[in-house]
Design a protein around this ligand. Sequence first.
Ligand code: GLN
Length: 619
Amino acid sequence: MAGAERQHNVIQDLLADLHASFKDVREGRVADYIPELAKACPDDFGIVIATSGGRLYEIGDTRKEFTIQSISKPFIYALALKMLSLDFMATKIDVEPSGEAFNAISLDPESGKPRNPMINAGAIAASAQICDADPAGAVELLLDYFAELAGRRLTINDAVYLSEKVTGHRNRAIGHLLRNFNIIESDPEPALDLYFQQCAISVTCKDLAVMAATLACQGRNPFTGGQPLSKDITVRVLALMGTCGMYDFAGQWLHDVGIPAKSGVAGGVMAVIPGRLGIATYSPPLDAFGNSVRGVAVCRQLSVGVGLSLFNQYFQKDATIRRSYKGSQRQSRRWRSDQELRILAPHRDEVRIIHVQGVLDFGGIEQLAAELVQLGSDVRILILDLAHVTECPLESSGLLDRQLCAIEDQGVEILLSRAGRLPLVSMPGWKISERVEAYEHLDSALEAAEDLLIARYAEPADDGEGLGLGALEEHGLLQLLDEEHRRILAERMTLRSFAAGECVIRRGEPGDELFLVRSGRFDIAIDVRTGDGLSRATRLATFGPGLCFGEIGFVAGTPRSADIIATRPGACWVLHRDAFEALRCSHPDVVIALLTALTCDIGAKLTQTSVQLTLMEHY
Ligand code: GLN
């Protein structure tokens, strides 16, 4: 059986429990003031949760179509804001809760402005603005927009539309009153017609949940990746759902349930937990306020039972700093010569590595700032690893910029690691961008920090490139040998130059040569299969002056296990197997001394690797 899944996801179980608890509730009445709505089956009952991660949980009648009715209101208002601007819409509709029924003729006595866009008067006023902007194309425009919100094409239920159109005298009266106050500036009939059509859009409970999840994700549909609404507009619409979404029950709703929501007379309820979930229910019987009885009960139970109220948020205490440790706790995969190691040893803790994770919103930046101000004055280089930062919202990014600039002003060099996916380095108005170096890999940042320390603390004579340059006799590997042995070896080794990018050792070739680096950089890269199952070319190690490579194949006589590439022009002294074999007969004591030196070298590398691995468990 393809894709057999484990049963008993607790969220699915939770929905099943909710459905079972409320399916037998018999309170409420199916709306009949629009004759066509009276045909709904009172037993229909569906619940869907759609997550910001793009997952769906559903139970009951979740794929049965019904008309959206008033749940269209937040979306239509959002569309009007998008098409006509906030300032313009503010001249047409207020944003105050009315505390009255959905069909109340609730207009400001002086300006004639509807109290808010979640009651019929405000919704008709919003539709009128859209209608005025594009009279001929308004319906198509609406359906295109709803297709983006729901992730599928929706249609209009003509029977319900016509049923309301012929009986909607109260709404018609509201439309004409709005015309009287010039809130609607032309004939109100086309606007009313658009309003009746928008209310008759057919949706399923699943559609509503996806639309709710789109609002939860700041206007981005987590199932399609489309962005029908901006973050700014979404925030405003959610606020209005919070204060006005449940008509004159809105205050009690916010108090008891604490979730922005919108209901419709056909029995739908849509609720949004910002950043997290969209919830939708479908059950036609309504209470005295016009809200679905079972829908209200489900939301109330979710809020109380599993803590979904907006006013019940957990502060993610100190979750932003994933790890923070000193430079001596982690070295780059660039092997260093003894000389370089001696320079680095007393200064490694001048480097601090901080791994940051999650959303760098206000709370995240506060935690990072608290960590940064605690850095000791001995810290001179800060590596900020951002691989696990999921977002850096524009609103709070300015604070991060200021904090980083302040640290930099105090003489701390900042290296950003794995910031690639974030707009950090290119953030508009960012001052720090010009002052930081960005690295694609943490290892490159670690290497750069070590290079900075070496450049800072090396004696003028042995800075950077110059380290180890000179005669073969001075090479690090040979320091364990006595002078005579060194001289004998030197006579049998040849100096070979490499161009940048040249392949020095190829995988599978016989391991017949031993390389002692005189200058340049030599990288071992292998394909590593990472956690996601993909294979990635990864730098295992880099060798510079004073180091040796190729020793395993050389000593064991086995083929090469990886490629080694010169990443810049350089030179190595090379000992060929033939010369080595000849030495076995002529100078066995030199062979023993060389093998001893190689054993020490491999041992040192193994120790360092083991230490790094052990430390990593504590990160
Ligand atoms: N079309 C309905 C009306 O205007 C919508 C009302 C509602 O869902 N509350 O009467």
